[in-house]
Design a protein around this ligand. Structure first.
Ligand code: GDP
Ligand code: MG
Length: 294
């Protein structure tokens, strides 16, 4: 039998290139929330893929961009930390977009690493020609040990990339029990699902101004679980928008989130959503900590 291989694999790139989609593809599970709005991922999320002869611990990171407030600074620290700790890095860019300053910034951050980097051009289902052109201009064998063209959404090229990752992993122990999928608990995922629905159903600054905490998860009967979650916003005006006329918006968010929380818990759920104002929490280190970003 082959020796057991294991390691940490960081997924890095600017916002919206498909990092979280790729994590979910590898894990065949919805671990990370996804939206068409940039900066959906705030904290590092670990996804653990265990097979008889290998274990890969994927780390999905927030997108690389210039920090504007404490939340951004926190998000960036999640990236620089990841780069130092992993055995292998996947640097993602999107086939349907030009290679821009943000990609360049992500690449510059990567220059500080010691581990090998695979260049991954994602979204080739949208523009294969551009992908091939990017491949010719961006790929540089001094920086990257390999290049893969994939679509994380449709799965094109995904298994080849996985094989390459396994080849590059060092021999090592099984770090986590085989049934462990992630380092996050149920409450974290419930809050993330609510956040995803807020992102989907609101506009402008609202998505970036919310933080969600799951306060309670309680089995009421064998058939029904009670879940209480609070949506924190920065201003009264945002609270009003989130509630909507006659509570319509909040109801919409609640219904959409409940369906997914039911899938997650595999139970019927009563989702009790609350909204509270925590003034300027994004700029306040103490509030960030209270809201789970530490
Ligand atoms: P992240 O910010 O890098 O984590 O990006 P997400 O995984 O949240 O994806 C951003 C958007 O791109 C979402 O709307 C995804 O559905 C979409 N997306 C991701 N991968 C692909 C892909 O391979 N093809 C297409 N067409 N869309 C994709
Ligand atoms: Mg993401």
């Amino acid at each position: 039998m082959n020796p057991f291989k294991s390691g940490y694999v960081g997924i890095i790139g600017k916002p919206n290139v498909g990092k979280s989609t790729l994590l979910n593809y590898f894990l065949k599970q919805k671990l990370a929330i996804i939206s068409e709005k940039p900066q959906t991922t705030r904290t590092r999320i670990m996804g653990i893929l265990t097979q008889p002869d290998y274990q890969i611990i994927f780390i999905d990171t927030p997108g690389v961009h210039l920090p504007k407030d404490q939340l951004h600074a926190f998000m960036q620290s999640q990236i620089t930390g990841t780069i130092q700790e992993v055995d292998l890095l996947l640097f993602l860019i999107a086939a349907n977009e030009p290679f821009d300053d943000e990609d360049q910034m992500a690449l510059t951050i990567l220059q500080k690493r010691t581990s090998p980097v695979i260049l991954v051009i994602n979204k080739i289902d949208l523009d294969r020609l551009k992908a091939e052109k990017l491949q010719r201009t961006i790929f540089d064998p001094k920086t990257f040990c390999a290049i893969h063209l994939i679509s994380a959404l449709t799965g094109i090229g995904g298994s080849d990339l996985l094989q390459k990752i396994i080849t590059l992993l060092p021999e090592g122990p099984q770090y986590y029990p085989e049934d462990t999928l992630t380092d996050r608990n149920e409450r974290f995922y419930i809050a993330e699902l609510v956040r995803e629905k807020v992102y989907k159903l609101t506009q402008q600054e609202i998505p970036y101004s919310v933080a969600i905490i799951t306060d309670e998860v309680k089995e009421r009967t064998a058939a029904l679980t009670y879940v209480k979650a609070t949506i924190y916003v920065e201003r009264e005006s945002q609270k009003k928008i989130l509630i909507g006329v006659n509570g319509k918006k909040l109801k919409e968010i609640g219904q959409a989130a409940r369906k997914e929380v039911e899938q997650l818990l595999q139970k019927k759920v009563y989702l009790d959503l609350w909204i509270k104002v925590k003034k300027n929490w994004r700029k306040d280190p103490v509030a960030l900590k209270q809201l789970g970003m530490k």
